[in-house]
Design a protein around this ligand. Sequence first.
Ligand SMILES: [Zn+2]
Length: 204
Amino acid sequence: MNFSSKLLENAVNEFSRLPGIGQKSALRLVLHLLNQSEQDVNRFSEAMSELKTKIKYCSECYNIADNQICEICASHKRDKSIICVVEDTRDVMAIENTNQFQGVYHVLGGLISPMDGVGPTDLRIEQLLERLRKGEVEEIILALSATMEGDTTIFYLYKKIKDFNLKISTIARGIAFGGELEYVDEVTLGRSIVTRIPYERNIA
Ligand SMILES: [Zn+2]
């Protein structure tokens, strides 16, 4: 692509580094921004730069938060004896939208994937075990994607936590194999949390 301006080219290059954005889409977005008021563009760039500098990860569950402790962990209405283990913040948002879960979360920050070079130590598994050692947790729900990586991670976690004397369950996989949690509709996801099944029954 030949650009008439270096500034334009820089902006297009930055946008096209985003997932799913090619150079043409990037150009369309940049030209759109250029047509906005200076105030709007400033608000946009401020939101982007604050994203990295100001956002925190909850020191309990590692969900993205504005404070040291996220709103879910800080709430007295949430049942701290049930932890729902998820891959990332998108899953927390999806499950919260179902209004079917009153416990708290643990965000792993990914799934075990040898193909992508992601091992157990790259995830917040030790932090989860640390929470369990405090002895206040009675149930763990493993709400991970129905993919090979999800299953591998569930099995690994199960081996690590089975001696803690907890109820361990997985969400009912009405979800098609290969399905990611965030794409499941709220009713299905909500139901699959309510009708969660003990994990042991799954290993046959
Ligand atoms: Zn939290």
